[in-house]
Design a protein around this ligand. Structure first.
Ligand code: C5P
Length: 315
């Protein structure tokens, strides 16, 4: 086989509860991941040396060297594959982006997950989903979920996953893309500052933020499959921090609710805004209204849940 193409979804966080900072600089969190139908495509082919080419949405803002998360994933997988005489081949990774960069939708993590699935196939490495998941977790907090897809609860840094019990409902979402980006570490640091956590990188002391907890009402709403109930329970602890760094988001969120969204929140660390609609028709109306109101750069309609990274062509 010479070329493998994998399709991989963006993620939303239906809940993102952030606990106090840990000694390693990360935050313990409890999140409800939800994969949606906005996909990047990642192709790997044998090559003389590992390299990456990025095309599409925001391609010029993706590092094309070894800082690229997909190339880091390739290196992590290679290290885990048993040594053969020649070793796993070098690869050229081509990323066709539709998931906007640094938008809170885990596009970089998605590409890393896709690279893992593609190389596992190209090298006929035969690693189990569990092994791939463990390698994914070393590459980034959201990479393991991009392998899994669906709707799942994430704990730890977000890498410890349990599929959520949910009704077989497809939810209709409208994404409002912002004219700008937010850096994930900056948003977490701003949250700590807003919470009055000492900025010494030390785990929080007495009186700091509480441990993150799963929203049982959201989980019940997902089991019922009632979009209106789900819409009422959407929550994101990072939202105040994202809005303080990007104040225009407040207007976007308000506009979406005024146009009839069942719920609204900032996606992950932002700046994309996410709206839940009652059905496909309402989603279309909402998307048209949001574009007309001039409160975002562009909009997309997506649905979820969708499966995680999967091979779509092998030649
Ligand atoms: O794991 P990942 O590289 O996606 O995380 C990016 C940054 O986001 C981390 O360096 C950290 O600043 C922040 N982060 C965090 N707690 C998490 C996940 C990410 O503080 N659970």
């Amino acid at each position: 086989m010479t070329g493998i193409t994998v399709r991989v979804p963006a993620k939303l966080n239906l809940q993102l509860a952030v606990g106090p900072p840990r000694a390693d600089g990360y935050h313990d969190l409890v999140t409800v991941f939800h994969a949606v139908s906005l996909f990047d495509q990642v192709t790997v082919e044998e090559a003389a040396r590992d390299r990456v080419t990025v095309t599409g949405e925001g391609a010029d803002r993706v590092p094309a060297d070894h800082d690229n998360l997909a190339l880091r994933a390739v290196a992590a997988l290679r290290a885990a594959v048993p040594d053969t005489r020649s070793g796993p081949a070098n690869v050229h990774v081509t990323i066709a982006k539709r998931i906007p960069v640094a938008a809170g939708l885990a596009g970089g993590s998605a590409d890393a997950a896709a690279a893992l699935v593609a190389c596992n196939e190209l090298w006929a490495a035969g690693l189990s989903p569990q092994r791939l998941g463990a390698i994914a977790a070393t590459v980034g907090s959201d990479v393991a979920f991009a392998l899994l897809g669906g709707t799942a609860v994430g704990r730890g840094r977000g890498e410890q996953l349990t599929p959520a019990l949910a009704a077989a409902t497809q939810y209709h979402w409208v994404l409002a893309f912002a004219d700008g980006q937010l850096s994930t570490p900056a948003v977490y640091a701003t949250l700590d500052r807003l919470r009055g956590v000492p900025g010494d990188g030390q785990p929080s002391r007495e009186g700091g933020p509480r441990e993150a907890a799963l929203d049982t009402a959201l989980m019940a709403a997902l089991r019922s499959g009632d979009a209106a109930r789900v819409g009422q329970r959407l929550s994101n602890d990072l939202q105040p921090a994202a809005v303080s760094l990007f104040p225009a988001l407040r207007k976007t969120l308000t506009a979406g609710l005024e146009f009839g969204a069942l719920g609204a929140l900032v996606a992950g660390s932002g700046p994309t805004c996410v709206f839940l609609a009652a059905n496909a028709e309402r989603a279309l109306k909402l998307a048209v209204s949001l574009s007309g109101a001039g409160v975002c750069r562009s909009v997309a309609r997506v649905s979820g849940p969708v499966p995680g990274a999967a091979v779509i062509s092998a030649r």
